[in-house]
Write a protein that binds this ligand. Structure first.
Ligand SMILES: [Zn+2]
Length: 326
């Protein structure tokens, strides 16, 4: 969902320098098999990168080792290859980047921007307000000196500020959030010692020099927190495009956790064609015999504009009219 929209920050892609390098990425969490919703996000990300003669990276978001399913990452790679997704270079694994995450976290702590938190979920639920990202942390531990009960917890929160973080999104147009008021101080290292997703993904995109993030709309509301971290760490902000979510008949997002049926790597073409049409792209009129032929025909036709004009979906329920004059 796009919280608020400020047309003044709308910058159409055409204003960007088309000669600048394009680095995109697909970053699945290895928690199950590839289902149609993930396939749609992968198709959008891959087609946009290749349409711009860009680099496309594969990153396994396995920072949450507790949720990682053994063998799922390998299964992803086999499935992606069967669908003709050819990534550039070697695969990047979040689990191998702990030292980079630690470095960024230390920097934030040394600058007084992060602090330890010992609050239980129950305490936060009892004292926090409800916001669009869940319960807003009330800042209880901002003044805690880190000693006494709860000092063994590894949880760290990032101090947020009372100011708007505004992002241009190629599909959603504009996302804007006041982190202090709408989100609150958020976790960058969890109580179990694992780096939180928000911090990890920001460091990853910086290390990988990602310029374009095309991903599912369930992460749209995470983007202001990620952009805030980029600003604090002096990292560049990529261009974002959040692809509307594929929903089931009851309007729920289909996800691996709901046992959504995985796509069949033995029959990739029908699923690719369905994803292509679902993304609002021009139908491919020539019959294609294999995935290579599909991509050879599809990539030149890819249009982010067609996707952003797509049928109304939940991410777009807050969408304001596009500023055509810009
Ligand atoms: Zn706390």
């Amino acid at each position: 969902m796009c919280p608020t929209v400020d047309p003044a920050i709308y910058q159409p892609t055409s204003q960007k320098d088309s000669r600048e390098p394009y680095v995109g990425r697909f970053a699945p969490s290895p928690t199950g098999q590839l289902h149609f919703g993930s396939l749609v996000a992968a198709v959008a990300s891959f087609a946009d990168a290749r349409h711009h003669n860009g680099t496309w990276l594969l990153r396994i978001d396995d920072v949450d080792q507790g949720r990682t399913v053994p063998g799922a990452a390998e299964e992803f790679m086999i499935t992606l290859k069967a669908f003709g997704f050819n990534w550039d270079g070697s695969i990047h694994w979040q689990s191998q980047r702990e030292n980079h995450y630690r470095e960024a976290i230390n920097q934030l702590r040394q600058r007084g921007l992060a602090y330890p938190c010992r609050c239980s979920r129950r305490q936060i639920e009892a004292t926090g307000r409800h916001g669009e990202n869940g319960i807003i942390y009330p800042g209880t531990c901002r003044t805690w000196d880190g000693t006494g009960p709860g000092q063994l917890s590894s949880r760290l929160r990032l101090r947020t500020e009372d100011r708007e973080i505004k992002i241009h999104d190629q599909i959603c147009n504009a996302v804007s959030q006041n982190l202090g008021g709408d989100s609150g101080d958020f976790i960058i290292r969890r109580a179990d010692g694992f780096t939180a997703y928000q911090l990890a993904v920001v460091v990853d995109d910086f290390l990988d020099q990602v310029t374009h993030v095309v991903r599912g709309a369930d992460l749209a509301l995470s983007t202001p927190r990620q952009v805030y971290l980029q600003q604090l760490l002096d990292y560049p902000t990529p261009t974002y495009a959040h692809v509307p979510l594929v929903r089931d008949r009851d309007g729920r997002k289909i996800s691996k956790r709901d046992d959504a049926r995985p796509v069949q790597s033995t029959r990739p073409l029908p699923a690719l064609q369905a994803a292509w049409i679902w993304l609002g792209q021009q139908p491919l009129h020539e019959p294609c015999r294999n995935v290579d032929e599909f991509w050879a025909m599809a990539i030149p036709k890819w249009s982010m504009q067609a996707l952003s004009d797509l049928h109304p979906l939940p991410i777009q329920t807050h969408k304001e009219p596009r500023d055509r004059s810009a």
